[in-house]
Design a protein around this ligand. Structure first.
Ligand SMILES: Nc1ncnc2c1ncn2[C@@H]1O[C@H](COP(=O)(O)OP(=O)(O)OP(=O)(O)O)[C@@H](O)[C@H]1O
Ligand SMILES: [Mg+2]
Length: 565
């Protein structure tokens, strides 16, 4: 039942920009026509004014030329303004989608940097050169019209410059692409380091981290320098060719004028037109780097969005009641080919509590991520109320799921905002969730109660407070399916008791609650038990049946997961 998105958002954004770009094309047409003002003026001055010595004609020509140049300047300014707005609109049109997909995929800030690179390209000089490029052949045709020999010289120059463009592409493409990769790695390193600065500081990891970061950063810079060196030589050669061709035109024009084949005005006009004809080609060479970077960014962003949005259009389904089915599920962590869970089958009834236990690295957290749709199975299906998780619209699925990950992360904002998941705050539901989580007392003791603002990463709270608020966030609105991954790892006995009570309370109001714990002791009050070992579901059934099996055979599970107290 999956439908593919009809249009990739990046293509959509380019399509939105098309009318404005057509307008820019129209401005470019006018600008390039007005560009002919000075060669025409020269032609007239040399061939008419200087011959007739008429000052009136000179004055008239000058006034007309001045008027044309004023319009020309204004159009240039308007064209630049339009492009700035196209860039901003392009960015705004995609920013929300990119933000959402970055949040979902954990891709870091790279997609944003790519978006910025594309926007900068749209507003920069290089794109304008692209708009002027179609005029190169027209200008060369004009030079041919002035005299074929002059046309030959101009054409020769253009061909040589095009060859140089190609050489430039070959010489700089690889180092530019590789340097972008190395710099991206260095940036990822910085992001990870600043997220975990406590660990870095406490254990004096700075020199070691700095060495590794330096390696990537340096490699990126070296490659960039290599590309710039090559680009610099090539740009120099291009400038030499363009100016050289203009001089050659003057020389050839002089020769033709001396032999009275053409006038002196033709010589000057042909030189100006040739310069203009070759300018976009030369600009393409100097602007090549931003062009390549924009192209790479476009590809990367395209891929990122395609991957993140591949799940297809969600269907509008009624709110789930919490029946969760795993049908022969195999799963690999994102970006890996190694299955960490295989052949998982089970059905969880709505309004029941389930304990999930097993040794470290058995795959409990992975199973939790599959249950809440953070991971997508490689094979098999995860269905909530009969519909695959990917088919649910996020706006319905999100509020119907409560998830406490093993590493609780809170966001900068107030306690209430965090519990209400940064949506519209329903005060009653916030307090209900906090009470269930045993967090209400701690919260009201905070400086500003529910309005206390949480710093980045929740660093102004204790580990236990963070976990309690994380629990409250999972309980907010009493979702149909609640998955708690090691919810008591930072809690004292009172907190553990609160979690047990909350599981019962939530179960009684119809939620399906999955409780993950190393130690079977936390989960001995639940309705049924699951045991995962080495990526496989080894036991699943009523607690009364499963618990004796896993506690009686010390050689298998108990030795690794600990006996109940
Ligand atoms: N994002 C990931 N990328 C690569 N491998 C992963 C990822 N997450 C988990 N794994 C691997 O999957 C296996 C199961 O990990 P998982 O976190 O599910 O274990 P767990 O049962 O929750 O362990 P613990 O009790 O220590 O939390 C491990 O071998 C781990 O290396
Ligand atoms: Mg885990």
């Amino acid at each position: 039942m999956r439908q593919r998105k009809s249009l990739h958002p990046l293509d959509g954004a380019f399509q939105m920009a098309r009318p404005a770009l057509l307008a820019v094309g129209f401005f470019s047409l006018c600008i390039n026509l007005l560009m002919l003002t000075s060669p025409l003026y020269m032609l007239q001055v040399y061939d008419r004014v200087l011959v007739s010595r008429s000052l009136d004609t000179l004055l008239l020509l000058s006034v007309v030329a001045l008027g044309a140049l004023i319009v020309f300047g204004m159009l240039e300014a308007v064209r630049a303004r339009v492009l700035v707005r196209v860039g901003a609109r392009f960015d705004r049109g995609l920013a929300d989608t990119v933000f959402a997909t970055v949040m979902q995929s954990g891709a870091g800030a790279q997609p944003f940097r790519d978006l910025e690179t594309i926007r900068t390209f749209i507003t920069g000089r290089s794109l304008i050169a692209l708009f002027d490029a179609p005029w190169t052949p027209i200008y060369i045709a004009l030079v041919y019209f002035l005299h074929p020999w002059l046309g030959h010289v101009a054409l020769f120059g253009a061909v040589i410059l095009l060859v140089i463009v190609q050489v430039n592409e070959t010489a700089t493409r690889r180092p530019l692409k590789e340097s972008a990769g190395e710099i991206a790695l260095a940036n990822q390193f910085v992001e990870a380091g600043s997220r975990n600065r406590d660990t870095v500081q406490a254990m004096g990891m700075l020199p070691g981290l700095s060495k590794v970061w330096h390696h990537w950063h340096d490699a990126g810079l070296t490659l960039q320098a290599l590309a710039s060196d090559r680009g610099g030589i090539i740009a120099g050669a291009a400038k030499f060719i363009r100016v050289g061709v203009q001089v050659a035109i003057l020389g050839m024009g002089a020769y033709l004028a001396i032999n009275e084949i053409t006038s002196a005005g033709v010589m000057i006009a042909a030189s100006i037109i040739t310069g203009r004809a070759l300018a976009p080609v030369e600009a393409a060479i100097t602007g090549w780097r931003s062009f390549i970077q924009a192209r790479e960014s476009r590809l990367r962003l395209h891929d990122h969005l395609a991957r993140s949005l591949d799940a297809g259009d969600p269907m509008q389904l009624p709110e789930p009641i919490g029946e969760l089915v795993f049908d022969n599920v195999f799963a690999c962590p994102p970006g890996s080919q190694r299955p960490v869970l295989s052949g998982i089958n089970f059905r969880l009834d709505p309004g029941t509590s389930i304990g999930l236990t097993g040794p470290s690295a058995a795959g409990k957290s992975s199973l939790a991520r599959l249950m809440v749709g953070v991971w997508v199975p490689m094979a098999g299906e995860v269905r909530l109320d009969g519909a695959e998780l990917g088919q649910w619209s996020p706006s319905i699925l999100g509020p119907s799921i409560g998830y406490l990950s093993q590493d609780v992360e809170l966001f900068p904002g107030s306690v209430a905002q965090n519990i209400a998941r940064f949506g519209d705050i329903n005060a009653d539901a916030v307090v209900d969730a906090a009470q269930l989580a045993g967090a209400h007392e701690t919260i009201v003791q905070l400086e500003d109660g529910y309005e206390t603002s949480i710093g980045p990463g929740g660093t102004n709270l204790s580990g236990g407070q963070r976990q309690r608020i994380g629990l409250a966030r999972a309980f907010y609105g009493r979702p149909a399916l609640i998955v708690l991954d090691e919810p008591t790892s930072n809690l004292d006995a009172v907190g553990e008791g609160a979690v047990r009570a909350a599981v019962d309370a939530l179960k009684n109001t119809g939620s399906t609650v999955v409780l993950i714990a190393h130690r079977p002791s936390l989960v001995d009050g639940v309705d049924s038990m699951m045991v995962v070992q080495d990526g496989k579901l080894t036991h699943f059934g009523p607690t009364a049946e499963v618990m004796p099996k896993i506690t009686r055979r010390p050689s298998s599970v108990v030795s690794t997961i600990g006996a109940p107290e």
